[in-house]
Design a protein around this ligand. Structure first.
Ligand code: PLP
Length: 478
């Protein structure tokens, strides 16, 4: 196929090519995918699609021209304020996702302290090791140093005393998760709030995963640690809509306790020749589709609908967690506060279990070991998984026995052995290329089984993992 068709394709050709593009994708429509896609079912999808296309071409670049988007954004922020139990001082904006919300909150904190504490030249933020990678990205983009503090090895919750001990004269910010992606547990945000207030620090509560769902779990009787604006000391909260509010991708909210904090998130530019710029998010030109679809889905499902979805998810999570806990050969890492389940194998390679399950038509996600958290499997349980609990547990039981018998590949053994003559923390480009080839990765694609690649990554120090991933992706894309 030519990169660009010369005389244009027919409509049919366009769509048959698009279908072909996604032929190899994971089949999330079957309810057997435990991550990436939060599927509310066909009926809600249809509403989302109609609202999305209705606002496809409206441009969020200028809300004085597209007043509809201003109204929609205010309506969504009002939902966020109420959901997160904020008073009428609480303000917020719509963003493209959790990462953008977090980057904006870090930027707001950085610029707030730039104004307030000009003596701080090299700002630092203190994160538990379970804080999402988006904070590291924000640190890298905005030049805010990340100080990473181990979480409690039993509960996998942030350790407030250890975080307090990491405060230096350059610290501007603390963060905690509600809940963490990795283990699905809510950090002790109230304790972090006290530390933030005592030390005049910004506290971000990352509720990308749980902000929308946890209030429903609370209404169903689950004891949920406080994480929202009811907690004194919380400055900002990120809450995604495109996860457990089931709106299409490209939808999150970043909320601030008051306007004086949010002010530092905004960007205006008059130092150029052209139209006036004032942005409340990172993107300038942006489709109104995600915002309109988010508003449509939220109001179509409604409060009662979300409560019912939450009830089903809670039951499914309890069943899956109990099944894993009781299963020989598996170990639940911790009891989650939400519907994110992490577990590992007692023997053999967890990555072999992932491959064996995924070869049977599931999608379960591998996670590498880091600090005190072992390599494990992550499940984000969503509405479309409800009803598959027994099938999942039955297949896990079969696969755990098979996976145990599969030995690690030669390369994994080599890397685990330390590759005597290689400095694993500082791999050269040539060494990385050799490693990728040995692991079966080429420009033509990935091997069917990923256990060896994950095994290799798992055996490498984090800096070498990052180097290897960047080398791979740099070659992958044109
Ligand atoms: C706790 C948490 N924060 C932030 C993010 C980043 O969200 P996104 O992928 O929408 O950028 C995620 C994603 O899973 C998350 O789980």
């Amino acid at each position: 196929m030519k990169p660009l068709s010369k005389s244009g394709m027919t409509r049919e050709d366009v769509f048959s090519h698009l279908e072909a593009f996604r032929r190899e994708d994971v089949k999330w429509q079957d309810g057997r995918v435990f991550g990436y896609v939060f599927d509310p079912g066909r009926e809600v999808q249809a509403v989302a699609q109609e609202a999305y296309t209705m606002f496809l071409s409206e441009n969020g670049l200028d809300f004085s021209v597209f007043q509809s988007l201003l109204k929609l954004e205010k309506a969504l922020a009002a939902i966020g304020r109420r959901h997160l139990r904020g008073d009428n001082q609480v303000v917020g904006n719509f963003t493209s996702g959790g990462t953008e919300s977090i980057i904006l909150a870090v930027k707001a904190a950085r610029d707030y302290y730039r104004a307030k504490r000009p003596d701080i030249q090299a700002p630092e933020m203190i994160l538990p090791t379970t804080a999402h990678a988006a904070f590291h990205k924000a640190g890298a983009y905005l030049d805010v140093k990340v100080v990473s503090v181990p979480v409690n090895g039993e509960t996998f919750r942030a350790d407030p005393a250890a975080m307090a001990a990491a405060i230096t004269p350059n610290t501007i910010m603390l963060a905690g998760s509600a809940p963490s992606y990795s283990h699905g547990v809510v950090d002790p945000i109230a304790d972090l709030g006290r530390i933030a207030q005592e030390n005049d620090l910004w506290l971000h509560s990352d509720a990308c995963m749980g902000g929308f769902l946890l209030p429903y779990f609370r209404r169903l009787g689950v004891v949920v640690p406080a994480f929202d604006f009811q907690v004194p000391g919380v400055s900002s909260i990120s809450m995604d809509l495109h996860k457990y509010a089931y709106t299409p991708k490209g939808a999150s909210l970043v909320m601030y306790r008051h306007k004086d904090l949010r002010k530092h998130q905004l960007f205006a530019c008059s130092h150029w020749i052209g139209y006036t710029i004032v942005n409340n998010a990172i993107q300038s030109s942006k489709s109104g589709g995600p915002m309109a679809a988010a508003w449509a889905v939220l109001n179509y499902i409604g409060d009662d609908g979300y409560l019912e979805i939450a009830r089903r998810k809670l039951e499914a999570t309890r069943k899956i967690a109990a099944g894993i806990e009781a299963m020989e050969g598996l170990r639940l890492l911790t009891r989650p506060d939400m519907c994110l389940v992490s577990f590992t194998v007692e023997q053999g390679s967890v990555f072999q279990l992932v491959d064996t399950m995924n070869a049977r038509g599931w999608y379960i996600q591998p996670a590498l070991s880091y600090d005190n958290s072992p390599a494990h499997i992550h499940l984000s349980i969503n509405a479309s998984n409800v009803g598959r609990e027994d099938a999942l547990l039955a297949d896990l039981e079969k696969c755990v026995a098979t996976a145990r018998t599969l030995p690690p590949g030669d390369l994994v053994k080599l890397v685990q052995g330390g590759l005597d003559d290689m400095d694993l923390a500082h791999l050269s480009d040539k060494e990385m290329a050799d490693m990728l080839t040995l692991a079966g990765i080429s420009e033509d694609g990935m091997p069917e089984r990923m256990a060896d690649i994950n095994g290799v990554l798992d055996a490498l120090p984090a800096a070498a993992r990052e180097q290897l991933l960047i080398a791979y992706v740099n070659d992958l894309f044109v």
